[in-house]
Write a protein that binds this ligand. Sequence first.
Ligand code: ADP
Ligand code: MG
Length: 350
Amino acid sequence: MYHNTIDHEHSDILIIDDTPANLQLLSSILKDRGYEVRAVVSGEMGLIAARTVMPDLILLDVKMPEMDGYEVCKELKDDAKLRDIPVIFISSLEETLDKVKAFHVGGVDYITKPFQVEEVIARVETQLTLYNVYRQAQQAATQRERERLARDLHDAVSQTLFSVSMEAETLLYQHQDNPRIIEPSLRHIYKLSQAALAEMRLLFFELRSEALAKTKLNDLLTHLAHKLGARTNANVSLNTEEIPPLAPQVHTAYYRIAQEALNNIITHAEATDVRIDLTHGADGIKLLIEDNGKGFCLNDVPADRFGLLNMRERAEIINANLQIDSMPGRGTVIALLWNPSNGGRPNADY
Ligand SMILES: Nc1ncnc2c1ncn2[C@@H]1O[C@H](COP(=O)(O)OP(=O)(O)O)[C@@H](O)[C@H]1O
Ligand SMILES: [Mg+2]
């Protein structure tokens, strides 16, 4: 007897198989268990059916004329909306399944004709359970991300706006007695409101990744620099050159690495000067982030810290060179270099 805690009653299963007899047999096994079943006789129809209404699971025959099961599976996995749906391959003893290929294209399991009723049900239920657990985990992750954004909105934006209104209110009382006080306060208000706008834009990018992808790196760095300027007492100097359009993953990597580095400056550095340079030279596109803060010893970073690790990982994925130099009392330098011409890691140190 197969037990699990999740109710699969209304799960929608799509069967793609060119042999009507198989379709009928599988359909009746699964319908008897209370599943919604849709059956189609070709890969092309299967893809249309899956795109029209997303199934919870797909049973996919390996050997079909026109598009075979491997091709169908590959197309499913290339479609961002459909890629997570579990695919179980169906093969018969004659048409042996290439298991390596089946897993390689994204299949999660297989069943062999002639079908054993209990086996079909057990494999289907296992995959439905795993898929449900996965979806719940995704929802939880999305929820956590929302909570983080809500906290950032509160901490950053509300607090900055609160400071702005306090400053403005003080100004209202003071301006008649002491006109000279107005200029520095106005400057401060200007800086704070710029920072609030920058924070709002950054949070907006977190919510909409397409917007992040479409915004020039120079502009993103400007927002990050404004945020840094408002959250710390450091003088921030930002120098950016026009750079050629970057591939999306390179663009994102540059942004995320800059974001991580600047967040570290906000939380750890206590710097008075920060320099951010984005330059485009013969050796590639270089991002340099330098602070004169308290620095740290790379060997002493505890293993449960992920910011620097994430930066390294992101650089590695785009095949860029990332150098992190820091010493207690001597500040920190982060240098990221990516060369578009070879698309790869520059050999020489720079
Ligand atoms: N710019 C910096 N100035 C001073 N210390 C830093 C700086 N960047 C990183 N660090 C140190 O390196 C540690 C690891 O950083 P990171 O991997 O980003 O983790 P986290 O920021 O979560 O602590 C930090 O805890 C801090 O001690
Ligand atoms: Mg960090």
